[in-house]
Design a protein around this ligand. Structure first.
Ligand code: PGA
Length: 237
């Protein structure tokens, strides 16, 4: 919940001028109110504009919610589903996440599904927790859509805390998550899914994650709020 439309316009204009020559795929998940504005600004650029959440229903009496068709119509190309703040502060279950992911994929959006353990599971039971969370969050997702799916591994204890996970630890967890995807789908299909790391990623540490074999990208929160910092991280990627 950052940036009014005036702020978003200044941010995206400055980001686009900084990213002119960059080939790395990059996206901005913006507030609903800024999607259309940002999508218009970025229309001749490879920068993707996306949303931070959506509802799983086609449409209906869900006051205050937003449907996939509305996001697409506003110009969103991707959506983040199941961010830990949605799960924790707004009570989203794995089943809710799965329904949203299915709907978004059917509507042609690229989808980033977030998973990640809380501190209490970090030392004990982490793999079992993540396995269940990943499987349940992707329940019913068809393998044909996997090229449009990314998983973001975001340990809750690392989000917004400055306590980023160690790159080796992330590499190992990503490998584990991929092995789960392989059991859920096929090895070939699982290969299509990019696995991103998120949790206190910043200019100073992004390269240490990107160097790892099992890390295909980053989901960046606080450190992306200044356009030149975000542009630097895209360039370093
Ligand atoms: P952070 O947030 O980069 O500020 O830790 C990550 C996120 O909100 O997904």
């Amino acid at each position: 919940m950052y940036k009014t439309n005036t702020e978003a316009k200044a941010y995206v204009s400055s980001l686009l001028s900084l990213l002119e020559e960059v080939k790395t795929p990059a996206g901005l998940a913006v507030p609903y109110t800024a999607i259309s504005l940002c999508a218009d600004l970025a229309k001749d650029h490879s920068l993707l504009i996306g949303a931070q959440n959506m509802h799983s229903a086609e449409e209906g009496a869900f006051t205050g919610e937003i449907a996939a068709d509305m996001l697409v119509d506003a110009g969103a190309e991707f959506v983040i589903i199941g961010h830990s703040e949605r799960r924790k502060l707004f009570g989203e279950s794995n089943a809710d996440v799965a329904k949203k992911a299915q709907k978004a994929l059917e509507k042609g959006l690229q989808v980033i599904v977030c998973v990640g353990e809380e501190e209490k599971h970090r030392k004990k039971g982490r793999e079992a927790f993540l396995e269940a969370q990943l499987k349940e969050s992707l329940q019913g997702v068809k393998k044909d859509f996997l090229a449009s799916l990314c998983i973001a591994y975001e340990p809750v204890w690392a989000i917004g805390t400055g306590k980023s996970a160690k790159p080796d630890e992330v590499d190992q967890i990503h490998q584990f998550l991929r092995s789960i995807l392989e059991t859920m789908f096929t090895k070939t299909h699982a290969k299509k899914v990019a696995i991103l790391y998120g949790g206190s990623v910043k200019k100073e540490n992004i390269v240490s994650y990107m160097k790892k074999t099992n890390v295909q990208g980053a989901l960046i929160g606080g450190a992306s709020l200044k356009a030149h910092d975000f542009a630097d991280m895209v360039q370093l990627h």
